[in-house]
Design a protein around this ligand. Structure first.
Ligand code: SF4
Length: 358
């Protein structure tokens, strides 16, 4: 599996922060709503942004399953955390359910990119479901790591957000041998018998900076704690955060396109706030509040790993319609990672190809 480091291929933008915008008068309320007196001069697009390899693969999996087996195809949980993606797949015949028990026996079920506990596979087998596992390989890597630690006698500390599907899945791998830490405060509450051997793993979509602090605090409290060989925060999450950091010096406002339940999108908003730049999470252009643009000369735009590029283009069109002509990419680095479709699907597709060849 290829991974992309942010160090070796970093292409740092030379764009500097533009001159401070000239002070503007406040906007006014017209019959059609709020209208700023002067609009934005430039839009800068963070790059990389949007779909990661795991999301691309998961969405492709549902589309291929629909083409192969016909509608309906059941999908456990949102395949990826984006409302637009989910609605489009629903229109094509996907049925989203919360639990495998809602899928009629013998039908096809796709598991989302966020991964599941082994109990979900067992329940699906008991219902004789045809299961296609679209768990991102980078989430699977964390599951495997957690299982290895537990098998070697370690108690595992998972750094992550309670209730997130990925966290539920990882904790379900080794129940009784894992505890969740969400914040620095949680670390103070951890108590273990003296002989306990500890190791940690993390959710893949966390804030790079915050996680570094939590890990440092864990190491301080438990100096012998074992760390994964490679960091678990995935390439897409860290690259999108780095791209935003590179952009912050050049913008007055950052719009992050992504759904409310998208962990990595929320982290991008936090990255902007930590850098002192106002930022808002929007599902699409319909959620832009023009009041945010008062006194703003340059708007930065990025999108979470589960947001399709057409949503970014919709926001760009919104600015173009308001007279903004300068819309530029602010490239941080190139990503070229791809994951192959789940093995269950590849096997079926290859079988179909072979039959057609005869
Ligand atoms: Fe995989 Fe990272 Fe994308 Fe999640 S955000 S699906 S872990 S590549």
């Amino acid at each position: 599996m290829r991974t992309l480091g942010v160090d070796s291929t970093t292409e740092v933008s030379i764009l500097g922060k533009p001159a401070a915008p000239t002070p503007r008068a406040a906007g006014f309320l017209s019959s059609s709503g709020y209208t700023p007196l002067r609009m934005v001069e430039k839009v800068l697009l963070a790059s990389p942004r949007g779909y990661c390899a795991g999301v691309e693969r998961a969405v492709d999996t549902v589309e291929q399953a629909l083409a192969l087996y016909g509608a309906p195809v059941y999908v456990r949980k949102q395949i990826v955390h984006n409302l637009h993606v989910v609605h489009e797949l629903e229109e094509r015949g996907a049925i989203f359910v919360d639990d495998e028990s809602e899928v009629p026996e013998g039908r096809t079920m796709v598991l989302s990119a966020h991964g599941v506990a082994p109990s979900v596979h067992a329940n699906a087998a008991a219902r004789e479901l045809r299961t296609i596992d679209a768990t991102c390989p980078l989430v699977t890597k964390v599951h495997v790591q957690a299982r290895r630690y537990a098998a070697d006698g370690y108690f595992v500390i998972l750094i992550g957000h309670a209730g997130h599907e990925e966290v539920v899945g990882t904790m379900g791998e080794i129940p009784g041998s894992i505890a969740l830490v969400e914040s620095l405060e949680d670390i103070a509450t951890l108590e273990f018998p003296a002989e306990t051997r500890l190791a940690y793993v993390t959710q893949t979509t966390l804030s790079v900076e915050e996680t570094r602090e939590v890990i440092a605090a864990l190491r301080e409290r438990f100096p012998a704690i074992r760390a994964p060989q490679r960091e678990d925060i995935c390439y897409a999450t860290s690259n999108r955060q780095w791209a935003v950091k590179e952009l912050l010096a050049a913008v007055d406002l950052l719009l992050v396109i992504g759904s409310r339940n998208s962990s990595n999108s929320n982290r991008l908003v936090e990255t902007a706030h930590a850098g002192g730049v106002a930022s808002h999470l929007i599902d699409d252009e319909s959620e832009i509040d023009e009041r945010w643009l008062d006194g703003v000369a340059v708007v930065g735009i990025t999108s979470g790993a589960s947001a399709p590029e057409k949503l970014v283009q919709g926001v760009c069109a919104w600015f173009r319609a308001r007279g903004v002509t300068e819309i530029e990419e602010h490239r941080f680095l190139e990503e070229n990672i791809e994951f192959r479709l789940p093995i269950e699907l590849r096997r079926e597709l290859e079988l179909g190809d072979a039959q057609r060849a005869h």
